[in-house]
Design a protein around this ligand. Structure first.
Ligand SMILES: Nc1ncnc2c1ncn2[C@@H]1O[C@H](COP(=O)(O)OP(=O)(O)OP(=O)(O)O)[C@@H](O)[C@H]1O
Length: 276
């Protein structure tokens, strides 16, 4: 049921369960997960490898059908399948950024083509729309005619973010968007995602196995463990006063820089010093 007390616009994940695999191998990967993301905030979703982060992300964006529960945008259930779902996805209000830009960008096409592609089903992408998305993603519009192999890894990640931004989404789910990047580029992408939330009022779901990155960018954190939310709260609360043993373990291995009352921007800057 929609929670009437939530501020809007809000993306709500309501008691969602997901089962994957066939026959005897079928098992439940996500167990009754509830969470929400409000426009203008970054919500970190943290968990170790295999905890179900990608499955949850793909379910939120409609690539996997939930077994139970609902996903709502502004109180309206997002259609789980069929034409209604296609119609919803075409509007591009909810976008997904993958970890690996090389897998997501067509190697034979220009960056311009890849960024404009999500618009193709609605209209022919204009130069202005693509340039605007590139500018928002802090990607030099002069790179529009290059192929993915002709730009750097950081630029490719920005191209992927521009591709998500071209439909002017209200929510972006970014799945390990910085894991494959060098430390300094990682910080730039974290800063970019943070700015999209604060300046463009986009709601960002930021998925990572790295508590340092999540703590550097998120307003709130959700801790996923074996497909269940074991802890959720404001970032400083979770970092300074973790309750669940698994969260304690995650935080125990992270330097204590976060416990000194630093602002998010200071944390993002410091992240450059403590990564890896
Ligand atoms: N199509 C599938 N069929 C069956 N099991 C699957 C399928 N996809 C994922 N799983 C299982 O679901 C569990 C969660 O996987 P998922 O990729 O969501 O985790 P994750 O937290 O994103 O991990 P990582 O950080 O390594 O990407 C894993 O045990 C995985 O083996």
């Amino acid at each position: 049921m929609h929670n009437a007390t939530l501020p809007r616009p809000t993306l709500e994940i309501n008691d969602v369960s997901v089962s994957l695999g066939r026959g005897r191998n079928r098992r439940t990967i996500i167990h009754n997960v509830s969470m929400h993301i409000t426009a203008g905030e970054v919500v970190g979703i943290i968990g170790e490898s295999g905890s179900g982060k990608t499955t949850l992300a793909r379910t939120i964006v409609g690539a996997i059908e939930a077994r139970g529960g609902a996903i709502l945008l502004d109180g309206q259930t997002i259609p789980a399948k069929g034409l209604d779902q296609q119609r919803f996805r075409r509007k591009g209000e909810l976008q997904y950024v993958f970890q690996d830009p090389l897998l997501s960008l067509n190697p034979d096409r220009t960056i311009f083509w890849s960024i404009g592609e999500p618009l193709v089903s609605v209209n022919i992408p204009s130069h202005d729309e693509v340039r605007h998305a590139m500018t928002l993603a802090r990607l030099d519009p002069g790179l529009a005619d290059r192929r993915p192999g002709e730009i750097s890894g950081g630029q490719r990640q920005r191209a992927l973010i521009a591709r998500a931004l071209v439909t002017r989404p209200r929510f972006i789910i970014a799945d390990e968007p910085v894991s494959a990047l060098d430390a300094s580029i990682r910080v730039e992408i974290l800063d970019l995602l943070r700015s999209l939330a604060v300046e463009q009022h986009v709601g960002v779901g930021f998925i990572s196995h790295d508590i340092g990155s999540v703590a550097g960018i998120a307003d709130r954190i959700i801790v996923l463990y074996r497909g269940r939310v074991v802890e959720a709260g404001r970032t400083d609360q979770i970092i300074l006063n973790p309750q669940h043993p698994y969260t304690k373990l995650l935080i125990g291995s992270t330097p204590s820089l976060f416990s000194r009352g630093l602002s998010i921007n200071e944390r993002i800057a410091l992240k450059a010093l403590i990564i890896d």
